[in-house]
Design a binder for this molecule. Structure first.
Ligand SMILES: [Zn+2]
Ligand SMILES: [Zn+2]
Length: 243
């Protein structure tokens, strides 16, 4: 497999509303985490940080220029691999111990972090048994209803257990933007991980359904609007309630 240089590892594009999408195009779509960045007046918000095989802070230069508040949507390895590079780190209380001690099994790395993830390899290649998330103890532990304040923009924490016990969404009422993590995205949803909980997932989906979203940026796959949001939630609810 081809090896990619570090400067070509990340892809960065502005998506409007002061939001930037960063991803790792050499990882196949199913495994490829969306990294979201929101510029704020006092500090910036970084939601998730990718696999951690190439320094995010070094190779996406604007991240090092201003203080970043690095939130984890949840603790799976594909979302938190570079959190240790940022001084301010936050995660929901239910998964804070895992971010401090990110075991290979608990972050799903043992199951999914294989060469199968890649279309091209990072510099130095990839050694599955050696891969693990670098510990990144939270400097702030989040609970439902907390506000992440960027100075001019405010995001409310929604605790959305189901995919994992500490999954969260971040909701900006003023703009109608929801960062949904792995709870809702436009692709196959995962509710059979070791710490998934289908009954909780159903309740999280019911809670989200009436939210007046304008745009949803999920943990994987392309973003979408309100109509697709409701359709994805209804498809999940219909399947699980019927089961
Ligand atoms: Zn996940
Ligand atoms: Zn994910």
């Amino acid at each position: 497999m081809e090896i990619v240089t570090a400067d070509r590892w990340y892809r960065v594009r502005a998506v409007g509303d002061g939001v930037t999408h960063i991803d790792e195009p050499h990882i196949k779509p199913f495994y490829r985490c969306n990294i979201w960045h929101v510029r704020g007046r006092e500090r910036d918000l970084l939601i998730d940080s990718g696999l951690g095989v190439v320094s995010l802070r070094r190779h996406v230069a604007f991240l090092a220029e201003r203080p970043q508040f690095a939130v984890a949507s949840h603790v799976h390895f594909d979302h938190v691999g570079n959190h240790h590079e940022f001084a301010e780190r936050a995660i929901h209380a239910a998964e804070a111990p895992l971010l401090a001690h990110p075991g290979r099994d608990e972050t799903l790395a043992t199951l999914y972090a294989t060469e199968e993830m890649f279309t091209s390899l990072p510099p130095g290649g990839f050694d599955p048994p050696a891969y693990q998330v670098t510990p990144a103890p939270a400097t702030r532990v989040l609970e439902d209803g907390d506000i992440v304040d960027l100075g001019d923009r405010h995001f409310e924490v929604f605790h959305l257990p189901g995919h994992s016990p500490g999954s969260i969404g971040l909701w900006e009422a003023a703009s109608g933007i929801l960062f949904a993590g792995d709870t809702v995205y436009d692709g196959p949803l995962i509710d059979d991980a070791y710490h998934s909980d289908i009954a909780a997932y159903i309740r999280s989906m019911e809670r989200l359904r009436d939210l007046p979203v304008r745009v949803v940026h999920g943990g994987h796959f392309p973003s979408f609007g309100r109509e697709r949001f409701v359709a994805l939630i209804d498809a999940y609810l219909n399947e699980k309630r019927g089961a």
